[in-house]
Write a protein that binds this ligand. Structure first.
Ligand SMILES: NC(=O)C1=CN([C@@H]2O[C@H](COP(=O)(O)OP(=O)(O)OC[C@H]3O[C@@H](n4cnc5c(N)ncnc54)[C@H](OP(=O)(O)O)[C@@H]3O)[C@@H](O)[C@H]2O)C=CC1
Ligand SMILES: CC(=O)N[C@@H](CCC(=O)OP(=O)(O)O)C(=O)O
Length: 359
């Protein structure tokens, strides 16, 4: 591994120890995959809910012979907090509150890949997630981990709320328009499509082959919990209240999110000028690629990129922004690593600096 090679060459490298809670899920596994190749990270432990005591490579066969750590039970994590600098949490909603408090109390930093700390308002959390919010105390200190938006705050933060996959694709596409007040804030419609890994490994009926192949469906129309998350962050960027329509779809592919966003422009502007404006906004951003060609999920698969293209429909005065990400990488684990790199002062692209996989 890279880590050993560097040590052998006698280079003094800074190493931080991390634990992964929920390592057996899709997001947790993707995180482990990335961190294994991080020169400055030692994976101290991995934890699982129902596979405590099992060799990870028996759960994910691609690790056979390469990574043989045994999962500790989730319940043992509190006793291991003293061994780590940072805890990644990739658990179902509502499960991060207690352990986060314990970690912070022990001086351990936290990156939560779930939604427990994303909403500033605990009543909104309870309304959209149908769960009590036991983490009220931490909500105010959590930094929303959309890296390109909150880079400086993330560096200093103890607790990062990694964004949802749909919000990542949608907000990155909307920010340049919202920042400049170019779009009518109540006219935004987000039509987004996700591969089935977005639903996690634990989901059952809806991701069975017969249920999701050879079909495409909208779901959670008007009720998806990413709506308040996108509205919250969009409102902050726009400096006015944004209310939008968000409709997710499940499509028969493993990975990827394509977000197609419509909105009314406040003034006339052509494609070319708008594209230049996007290029300016994201100049120097390694992982945001402004394209003339329309983005496709196949060009971001396995990578930490968000590809964006922007067009104007002159007939209607509407803007159409298309963005694509890999839900498990930029939409989850890749962005979590990007945030951790900032928190520890590592080079931001460490361990995520590779081209997407195709085919
Ligand atoms: N999938 C995606 O594209 C994205 C996911 N996320 C977020 O990441 C988190 C994990 O998602 P994902 O990996 O997809 O989900 P999975 O269903 O694939 O994994 C869930 C993980 O949580 C554990 N778990 C299951 N039930 C419980 C429970 N009752 N108590 C404690 N632990 C439990 C599982 O352990 P075990 O396997 O041992 O039972 C597993 O490690 C979620 O909060 C999700 O919202 C965020 C962005 C994108
Ligand atoms: C296809 C699919 O089911 N996707 C998930 C979103 C996954 C994700 O990013 O969401 P959280 O981290 O907020 O759970 C969903 O719609 O619930």
């Amino acid at each position: 591994m890279i880590k050993e090679n560097i040590k052998k060459k006698g280079v003094d490298i800074k190493v931080k120890k991390v634990g992964i809670l929920g390592a057996t899920g899709y997001a947790g596994q993707q995180l482990l995959w990335l961190l294994r190749n991080h020169p400055n990270v030692e994976i101290e432990f991995i934890a699982s809910y129902s596979h405590g005591g099992q060799d990870f490579s028996r759960i994910y066969g691609n690790y056979f012979g390469e990574f043989t750590k045994v999962c500790i039970p989730n319940t043992d994590v509190k006793e291991r907090l003293g061994d780590i600098d940072l805890l990644f949490i990739a658990l179902p909603h509502g499960k991060a509150f207690e352990i986060t408090q314990m970690a912070l109390d022990r001086g351990v930093r936290v990156v939560d890949l779930g939604a427990d700390f994303r909403l500033d308002d605990s009543e909104k959390y309870e309304e959209w997630y149908g769960k009590t919010c036991d983490g009220k105390k931490n909500l105010s200190e959590a930094v929303y981990g959309l890296t390109e938006l909150n880079r400086e705050k993330i560096r200093e933060s103890r607790l990062v709320a990694n964004p949802g996959c749909y919000p990542t694709a949608s907000l990155l596409a909307l920010i340049p328009l919202l920042k400049r007040g170019l779009i009518q804030s109540n006219s935004i419609i987000i039509d987004a499509k996700s591969g089935v890994s977005g639903a996690g490994r634990g989901s059952v009926t809806q991701t069975l082959m017969c249920e999701c192949s050879e079909t495409i469906k909208a779901y959670a129309v008007t009720t998806h919990r990413h709506t308040p998350e996108i509205e919250q962050e969009a409102s902050k960027v726009a400096n006015e209240e944004v209310k939008l329509t968000f409709t997710p779809h499940l499509v028969p592919m493993n990975r990827g999110i394509l977000s197609v966003i419509y909105g009314d422009l406040k003034r006339e502007i052509d494609d070319e000028s708008l594209r230049k404006l996007y290029e300016k906004e994201y100049s120097g951003e390694k992982f945001i690629r402004i394209k003339e060609e329309l983005p496709e999920t196949r060009w971001v698969k396995g990578g930490n990129y968000c590809d964006i293209s922007v067009k104007v429909d002159k007939r209607t005065g509407r803007v159409i922004v298309v963005s694509a990400i890999d839900n498990l990488v930029k939409g989850a684990a890749g962005q979590a690593v990007q945030n951790m790199n900032l928190m520890f002062g590592f080079e931001e692209a460490t361990a995520i600096d590779f081209i997407s996989i195709f085919p």
